[in-house]
Design a protein around this ligand. Sequence first.
Ligand SMILES: Cc1ncc(COP(=O)(O)O)c(C=O)c1O
Length: 373
Amino acid sequence: MKITRNILLNPGPATTTDTVKLAQAVPDICPREKEFGDLMEFCSVEITKFVGDPNEYTTVLFGGSGTATVEAILNSVVPANGKILILDNGAYGKRMCQITEIYKIDTIVFKSSSIEPIDLASLEATIASNKDLTHLAMIHHETTTGLLNDISAVGKLCDKYQLSFVVDSMSGFAAIPVDMKAMNIDYLAASSNKNIQGMAGIGFAICNKKALERTKEIPPRSLYLNLYAQYAYFEKTHQTRFTPPVQTFYALKQAIVETKKETIKKRYERYSKSWETLLDGLERLGLEYLIDREHHSRIITSIIEPESDKYDFDEMHDFFYERGFTIYPGKVNDYDTFRISNIGQIDYRDMEAFLKVLKEYLKKIGHLDQVTA
Ligand SMILES: Cc1ncc(COP(=O)(O)O)c(C=O)c1O
């Protein structure tokens, strides 16, 4: 079967291999069968191994998008007398704040620039002056802008002040290396449709087992999105409490096999080469980007929109879409941007092809009149 290859330059769901797509076509199976339990166990253990030792860490799987998993972690791990600091430097940090507000979890928000690195001294001063803090949560890679947050440095602060550390690595996991133990991370959220290059529908909460066991006594704030209940039920039965996205799990298994084969290191190198190709091209075409190279995730680039009366994002989107490329709007309030991601089963040659179409579009709107490209 021939499947059209679309180049997705949005930050996930990403372009996948045909083998991942086709892995979903399997004989019908009831997810309560042992065979399916083994498949979920394989996914859980192998996902854990990308970031930690399965003897000390475990991956709890949820049917749902990435946000469901972030919500499950946040509502499940902070006790009634606990208090969490959330670092907000973009839309996803803000989303964490919305979640704890809904669950009425005692929260303080540490706001940080959406384009500059975190001021660690100021963060430490805030932590030190809030003696009742028990948890700290932040985003690894802020997909809003492409800013890579220094989770290692914040992990050290969490160790120093004995805070349980929650990281949303939705758009970092499986590309940007993470070592949960070395970084003092207790809970890491990720999902099946970004750098792991699977299909959308499964969220991963990778947990420090000891920390997770301690949440057993916290009265559940949610039935479906309770971390400990999901973990304990799977440990006991080898099943999820509610219907899992069956075929998506087969695709995930294949995506894991392919990630192990490529290795995370090489995957990040492939992504980085596409990203460098993109940035070099943008510079040639006279377009500016928000985050400087040093603090960039190399995963998604926020590009300042061209100055032309004829520019219109939707029209540009359609221009690309007709030519096989999907691009993404911007998400930062203070800047007019659009975003190009370089994750998924694509490489620098796809980025070169994209740049040719971008050049065509820029010519069409008159942006290239002043630029020699
Ligand atoms: C850092 C981060 N957190 C959370 C999410 C939300 O994931 P989902 O859209 O799968 O709920 C995203 C999605 O792009 C993300 O980049």
